[in-house]
Design a protein around this ligand. Structure first.
Ligand SMILES: Cc1cc2nc3c(=O)[nH]c(=O)nc-3n(C[C@H](O)[C@H](O)[C@H](O)COP(=O)(O)O)c2cc1C
Length: 161
């Protein structure tokens, strides 16, 4: 899956995406960081709120953090192109997971920008924690999301005369 992620389009071969697998024996450490992030955002957060925040780090059979390292001074490759490369790597990882019979969901939330999580993942100044990918096996039917039709997103180039 990560091999597929490494094959995404990447202008300048900057490799702006990296992934961190949260091993089972580190889920508690991640849960601690989630709780610290919740307190950082709201020092009055209730015990129930913190308990459910904790649970989010413990759920799911496989959890992977997605980190982007973006150079804001590259004259050839602006930041938005680098973020697209991170997204393409993420999507390749998800497609590979699906090809192996798994399903993945990408989740973020305000906590990904917290100092607590920046510290937990030892992010460099030019790195951001984008999201987490939860991978597992689908139970039951997949929920079909409404999708835009191709007609809505595809047009034919027609410059004004
Ligand atoms: C970077 C990123 C962060 C996301 N964060 C969340 C999130 O926090 N919560 C959520 O419900 N969906 C989030 N999504 C959207 C879901 O991953 C997913 O696209 C959505 O649930 C629809 O599912 P489907 O398109 O696979 O059917 C995020 C997507 C991306 C790309």
């Amino acid at each position: 899956m990560v091999r597929a992620a490494c094959a995404g389009p990447d202008h300048g071969r900057l490799s702006p995406a990296r992934f961190v697998y949260i091993a089972d024996d580190q889920r508690d450490a991640l849960a601690d960081a989630f709780v610290a992030a919740a307190i950082e955002a709201d020092s009055t957060a209730s015990g129930d709120r913190l308990a459910s925040t904790r649970e989010r780090a413990l759920n799911g059979p496989c959890l992977i953090a997605v980190i982007g390292r973006i150079a804001d001074d590259n004259p050839q490759v602006p930041p938005h192109e680098q973020w697209v490369a991170v997204g393409a790597a993420l999507q390749n990882l998800l497609l590979a997971a699906e090809s192996f019979g798994y399903r993945g969901k990408t989740v973020s939330g305000a906590r990904v920008c917290s100092q607590a999580l920046r510290r937990a993942f030892a992010l460099r100044d030019d790195e951001s924690l984008l999201a987490f990918v939860a991978l597992g096996t689908l139970k039951g039917e997949a929920k079909e999301m409404p999708r835009r039709s191709p007609d809505e997103v595809l047009s034919v180039f027609a410059p004004p005369a």
